[in-house]
Design a protein around this ligand. Structure first.
Ligand code: URA
Length: 423
């Protein structure tokens, strides 16, 4: 086969055959196709799309490019969660131990943050001693013993996605619904989970800015999961405002521990409990998850999970010694705290990375001291920037210009969860 024929077919709006798709994924994974030709095909797909049958074969080929984990020995129903990302999205840190405490096994193979959205592994690495890298045997043992593992995906899991995602990242071809759906679902299906709940976010701090695009992505992923025998549900949630009050690494771990100890902000609890309830339904478990946050059972699973991966759950988290306060410019009601701006500010302070090799600061971040609906007086603190490297402060402050809106009337509250799609 000649890759140029596939490029021409897709460029002109045609269909790729099953054999062509399987050949392309296999050849690109094994470095038998040049990056420039793969980029051209990805760009043609971005403009022309993949129909449902093409996407099913594309996703299956990505799964088959590596290993599919066998979780049958875990001894509990397996259920995972994936979020398409957001600002202050620390949900996995609370949700995974909570669902584990309810009797399911949560095999979360997670990623690092890139750009303005944080990564779960980066957050957990703020805990002294905690390790993201486990062997498949260690992962299975931990799932069996504790019921929860959050660790880095190994190189054998959907290696086609590793190569294709890196190429999409530098060729402007990330924003394609079939490419995003196949990228996420190939990894989740290869992970071997029986059930999956997707939190598909939309709004300024999300990957998808619009609800209709998020819905299309959610429907596409639910279809792919179901077709591969993974019971899949998608929760569509709003991401215009940072979730909770903290954005960064150590600060988000601290807020998660608060939620696991029976406290925590209302929006974080609402989305966590909604996702937990969907996960438990798919896993066939009828336990009400809410009491496990206040009675210490979810926190006990968190302690066990952190210790099993070398972390010290009792260690003090790193804290910033230098802080900068952003104050309300006028009195009134906060009507907006722009998630994208806060995410960029936290990233510029050092909590996130621009290139995947960059280190991140555990300390840097932003605390939202006021959220939409709160009444504020002029001069009252609305944001607290946690600074690790002072040279980064001007860039962060520039990102926050216009991020807080204050009006005379309170905003009309929008529901955090816009819809739930069950496969
Ligand atoms: N996350 C992924 O894993 N893949 C994408 O394509 C986009 C977000």
């Amino acid at each position: 086969m000649q890759v140029v024929d596939l490029i021409r077919t897709k460029r002109d709006g045609g269909r790729l055959s099953d054999d062509e798709i399987r050949w392309f994924i296999d050849a690109y994974t094994h470095a038998d196709i040049a990056d420039e030709q793969a980029s051209a095909l990805l760009m043609a797909i971005l403009f022309r799309g993949l129909d449902p049958a093409e996407l099913a074969v594309w996703t299956a080929a990505m799964i088959d490019s590596g290993d599919r984990m066998d979780l049958s020995g875990v001894g509990r129903p397996t259920v995972d969660k994936h979020s398409t990302g957001g600002v202050g999205d620390k949900v996995s840190l609370v949700l995974c131990p909570l669902v584990g405490a309810c009797g399911a096994a949560v095999p979360q193979l997670s990623g690092r943050g890139l750009g303005h959205t944080g990564g779960t592994l980066d957050k957990l690495e703020a805990i002294p001693g905690w390790k993201a890298l486990l062997t498949p045997e260690q992962m299975l043992q931990q799932l069996h013993d504790i019921g929860v593992v959050i660790c880095a995906a190994g190189p054998g899991l959907a290696p086609a996605d590793r190569k294709l995602y890196a190429l999409r990242d530098v060729t402007g071809t990330v924003e394609s619904i079939p490419l995003i759906a196949s990228s996420i679902m190939s990894k989740k299906i290869a992970e071997g989970t029986e059930s999956l709940v997707l939190n598909v976010t939309f709004g300024s701090g999300a990957f998808m800015k619009r609800l209709d695009h998020a819905r299309e992505l959610a429907e596409t992923m639910v279809r792919l999961g179901t077709a591969h025998g993974v019971r899949t549900t998608a929760v569509l949630s709003r991401m215009d405002t940072p979730l909770g009050r903290s954005v960064g690494n150590a600060v988000e771990v601290a807020e998660s521990i608060e939620a696991l100890s029976g406290g925590g902000p209302a929006d974080l609890l609402e989305i966590t409990l909604a996702l937990a309830s969907e996960m438990l339904t798919l896993a066939g478990i009828s336990t009400d998850p809410a009491p496990l946050l206040s009675d210490g059972r979810a926190l006990a699973v968190w302690h066990a999970m952190i210790s099993a991966q070398g972390g010290d759950p009792a260690a003090r988290l790193p804290v910033a010694t230098q802080r900068e306060i952003v104050r309300a410019e006028r009195s009134g009601y906060v009507t907006g705290v722009d998630a994208f701006a806060v995410g960029v500010a936290s990233w510029r302070l050092g909590a996130g990375r621009s290139r995947k090799e960059d280190p991140v600061s555990p300390i840097a971040g932003v605390l939202c001291m006021a959220k939409p609906g709160d009444a504020v007086e002029q001069g009252q603190p609305v944001l607290e920037l946690h600074i690790d490297d002072p040279t980064r402060l001007p860039g962060a402050l520039a990102a926050l210009h216009g991020a807080i809106t204050i009006d005379a009337e309170p905003p009309i509250a929008q529901p955090l969860i816009a819809d739930i799609l069950r496969g």
